[in-house]
Design a protein around this ligand. Structure first.
Ligand code: C2E
Ligand code: MG
Ligand code: MG
Ligand code: MG
Length: 283
């Protein structure tokens, strides 16, 4: 039955292939097949306190064990999945698998509040009336409190939000789920616009982290974003921290949380538990 629906999707995609190259089309048929065959994996990257270095959470990042190609990164397939209508299903699978894993870690006492797991949420699915029921159903099924979950939504996608999407974000917040704006700084949000968004976390894009020590304008921008986030009562996560000087500067500017290769790469659930969860704060 699952196989059949996978095939239907491929067929329905053929109808509006548009200008896609053969290569892209091949990947798309493989994607649909990969969903049916459970070829996707959720990896976890640590998020750490910039002050103490202690683990404060993780981001779930999807990977594809693509036959003949090894582990494939989302940059290659998220956009294609979106184009051929598979991203909803892929994101749902990621949420399901990540929350199942989080439930296991919580049961085992390895993961405790206030640590949070962040999951990337495509903005289009905020339009789905049943998204909240789906999320609360998965939280309930895995015996998880809503405040263990954070959704990351990219800033550029949010720029063209609908009133329904904002209402759904607010409802998620009311439920206790945190909402973060991902890749912040790349989408040209204005301060007044930011005030309208029911979010609690700003995640500054890694391009600014990469350039802030060498580019004075970007340094000013980073400082401004951090101050602005704090003025609005949001906390700040810096992504893509690769060096100690970057970490130190961001900490000095008041950013709370960091994520990046300096702390740790995204790794499989097993590896994450071995490397990171023994360091979790005692309950
Ligand atoms: P993102 O949400 O901004 O995730 C952070 C990306 O930066 C990840 O790339 C991560 O591996 C990478 N990264 C982390 N630290 C460093 C660092 O120190 N240096 C550098 N150069 N990169 C670092 P990844 O895993 O390839 O994911 C790329 C993007 O794909 C994500 O960006 C996110 O927008 C999207 N994505 C990943 N998983 C999902 C998912 O399950 N659903 C959806 N809708 N999007 C996803
Ligand atoms: Mg993210
Ligand atoms: Mg990001
Ligand atoms: Mg990013």
């Amino acid at each position: 039955r699952a196989k059949l629906s996978g095939r239907n999707r491929m067929l329905s995609y053929t109808a509006d292939m548009g200008t896609s190259t053969d290569l892209a089309f091949n990947i798309q048929t493989e994607l649909a097949h990969g969903l049916v065959e459970q070829q996707f994996r959720v990896y976890f990257q640590p998020k750490c306190s910039l002050l103490t270095g202690e683990l404060v959470g993780a981001e779930a990042l999807v990977r594809w064990e693509r036959p003949g190609h090894g582990l494939t990164l989302p940059g290659l397939f998220i956009g294609l999945a979106e184009k051929c209508g598979l991203l909803t299903e892929l994101d749902h699978w990621v949420m399901q698998d990540a929350l199942r894993q989080l439930g296991e870690w919580c049961q085992a006492g390895l993961w405790t509040a206030p640590m949070r797991l962040s999951i990337n949420q495509n903005v289009a699915d905020l339009q789905k009336p049943d998204l909240l029921a789906q999320i609360s159903g998965l939280l309930h099924k895995n015996a998880l409190q809503a405040d263990l979950l954070e959704l990351e939504i990219t800033e550029d996608a949010l720029l063209e939000h609908t009133p329904e999407q904002l209402a759904r974000l607010q409802a998620l917040r009311d439920m206790g789920v945190s909402v973060a704006i991902d890749d912040f700084g790349t989408g040209y949000s204005s301060l007044s616009y930011l005030r309208l968004l029911p979010v609690s976390v700003i995640k500054i894009d890694r391009s600014f982290v990469a350039s802030m020590l060498t580019d004075d304008n970007d340094a000013v921008l980073v400082r401004t974003i951090i101050d602005m986030a704090h003025d609005l009562g949001h906390s700040l996560v810096a992504e893509g921290i690769e060096t100690l000087p970057q970490r130190e500067r961001l900490a000095a500017l008041g950013a709370e949380v960091g994520q990046g290769y300096l702390f740790g790469y995204p790794v499989s659930a097993q590896e994450f538990a071995v490397r990171w969860l023994p360091c979790a704060p005692a309950p």
